[in-house]
Write a protein that binds this ligand. Sequence first.
Ligand code: DX5
Ligand code: ZN
Length: 221
Amino acid sequence: MSSYLIAPSILSADFARLGDDVAKVLAAGADVVHFDVMDNHFVPNLTFGPMVCKSLRDYGITAPIDVHLMVKPVDSLIPEFAKAGADIITFHPEASDHVDRTLQLIKDHGCKAGLVLNPATPLQVLDFVMDKLDVILLMSVNPGFGGQSFIPSTLDKLKLVKEKINASGRDIRLQIDGGVKVDNIAEIAAAGADMFVAGSAIFSNNDYKAVIDQMRANLAQ
Ligand code: DX5
Ligand code: ZN
């Protein structure tokens, strides 16, 4: 995998022709499929579950699928998503009574595991589970909807998490989700992110490749 990963959020894809749209964004150069699962309970919106993930696999999507669980509770969905073809599963600590156990459950099912921190969630929750984390995802918007603006204080938060990752000596991806655009991706990378979720920025433009190429060009500078 390249050092920077672009992960289109299919929340902004065309659900009526999802397989084709996901294939199109991958052909345009995306690295990972970001799969936003919302339950109208933990967040005020409703999307899709393991059946849709499996349908993408059955359709022939082979790229890594990164499942972002915005659901409460989380544990019962983990075996289902692992069976449905997920590669990475991340969840919000507020949604699990036993964060360490949930991380272990994900790993026991053969997936990479990660925690997602909302804009106002402090970093201390990371401290005693660093050894179980493959990914840390910082939300740069409040979860639930695409198309929101990047919250600037996330840049300082990214720097602090990057320091924690460096101090751990572990190979942990630092993912950012919400309001990522062509114009701010370089600044976000400079703060420490190496995996970029982008929904509306990519899917609102008919030319997905043009957007992804421009993101990579800005990351290279
Ligand atoms: C928000 C989701 C995001 C969202 C990002 O709750 O987790 O993945 O779709 O969308 P944009 O890039 O439009 O902010
Ligand atoms: Zn997401």
